[in-house]
Design a protein around this ligand. Structure first.
Ligand code: ATP
Length: 140
């Protein structure tokens, strides 16, 4: 059987994941990539999106990441993100409120609108909402 790799997903606030994984898929800025044990080392930036991995028992997990960086080594993947949370920890109402706020800002056409910031907030909210709506455990 193939060996596991150690997956670490870290933000400035907390350790979100620290466990062995059979495979890790992550949203690189150049496209989604997968890492198995023994992978050639590389470093890449990430898009806002979801990390998908199988733990040592084969169970699948999804984790929101707000961009950041990933370093793959033959026995380890480290993801440093500004924010990240496991799918089951995503608060639907909070993401919906963030989505509505960003939409309002973008529609407001105010002179002091920070367009890039509002777009990033919208993108984070959209991915979170998609993850919750796509999961069978959604309850809202
Ligand atoms: P908000 O405006 O609601 O804070 P945001 O996209 O600006 O949304 P982030 O800066 O990405 O928030 O994250 C700040 C912290 O809040 C992080 O710890 C992140 O994991 C957490 N967080 C943000 N939105 C959610 C959510 N919908 N469910 C659970 N945790 C969240």
């Amino acid at each position: 059987m193939a060996e596991n790799i150690q997956l670490e997903i870290v933000t400035p606030e907390k350790y979100v994941v620290s466990e062995p994984a059979q495979i890790v898929m992550a949203p690189g800025t150049l496209g989604e990539f997968g890492v198995l044990s023994g992978h050639t080392p590389f470093l890449t930036s990430l898009q806002v999106g979801k990390v998908h991995y199988k733990d040592a028992s084969g169970k699948e997990h999804f984790v929101f990441v707000s961009g950041g960086f990933a370093e793959a080594l033959p026995d380890r993947v480290t993801i440093l993100a500004e924010s990240a949370e496991r799918e089951e920890d995503i608060d639907y109402q909070r993401a919906k409120a963030a989505y509505d706020r960003a939409q309002e800002r973008l529609a407001s056409q105010k002179d002091d609108l920070d367009f890039a910031r509002a777009q990033s907030a919208l993108q984070r909210a959209l991915v979170r909402l998609n993850m919750v709506q796509g999961s069978s455990s959604a309850s809202h």
